[in-house]
Design a protein around this ligand. Sequence first.
Ligand SMILES: Nc1ncnc2c1ncn2[C@@H]1O[C@H](COP(=O)(O)OP(=O)(O)OP(=O)(O)O)[C@@H](O)[C@H]1O
Ligand SMILES: [Mg+2]
Length: 288
Amino acid sequence: MSQASATAARPPASLGGAAIRFEGVSQSFVTADRVVDAIVDIDLDIAPGEFVALVGPSGCGKTTLLNLLAGLARPTEGSVTLDGRGVSGASGEVAYMLARDALYPWRTAIENVELGLQVRGVRRAERRELALDWLERVHLADFADAHVSELSQGMRQRIAIARTLSLSPRCILMDEPFAALDAQTRLLIQNEFLALWDELRSTVLFVTHDLDEAISLSDRVVLLGSRPGRLVRDIPVGLPRPRTVEQLGADPGWQALHDDLRAALRAEVSDARLAEAAPAEHGARGES
Ligand SMILES: Nc1ncnc2c1ncn2[C@@H]1O[C@H](COP(=O)(O)OP(=O)(O)OP(=O)(O)O)[C@@H](O)[C@H]1O
Ligand SMILES: [Mg+2]
């Protein structure tokens, strides 16, 4: 389906990815009775169009990093920039996709895809055409008028992918987006997502607890350690693209990467357990 009639409100797909930089970033949360140091002194550069997987034990600050990039919070220290510009508030250049599909149940499939375009001000006829095009790409054109309750979890997540990518975002933040799917559906959707991303080449920051997924999808795997979250490993993946996820298991480099990451993650998880006994939290007045 043609996209030629799109308005200036929609950026062309050829815009490509944004450069991301975290520089000396720390984030603390002040609660009623304590201060929690979520992440400390993170330096991380991500090149335009790079696909970076973020892994680490629960509570190490992965979602906190995404939220900073999405402009949902400001760092306590340091700076977060997109193409050299400070992130302040939500931006049309950044799309955020969560583990649960976050679709609106009172809207149909196509109305859910249209949502972001509507917020961006794309006219009705144009956004409908574009949404239908994206529904076709995720193989759900026949379900355009179905309500969310009539769709499986996998279908809902495809709708969420269509909604995210229809905005041609320069940066895509994904927080365990496929975690709720069964293994077969996850594999299918990972491959579909890789193929679609290959056309857009947005910069991706992808949080997952699944090391297979991290290695199979990304150009780089960044491991955060916990309590407080800090960057402990930054491992280039270097597997060829275009890829399909199942083809990679046979690659000799894949298993070595997997073993390396699993050992590093295991060390961090056991450190995190030890830290449970002496958490990196201090009193609200800052005493340790
Ligand atoms: N709004 C908040 N107020 C207080 N503490 C917070 C807040 N958000 C996060 N934290 C704390 O910051 C730390 C990091 O949380 P975050 O959600 O970023 O971890 P995560 O790596 O995404 O964990 P998971 O893998 O379980 O999703 C945790 O100790 C958490 O309790
Ligand atoms: Mg999280």
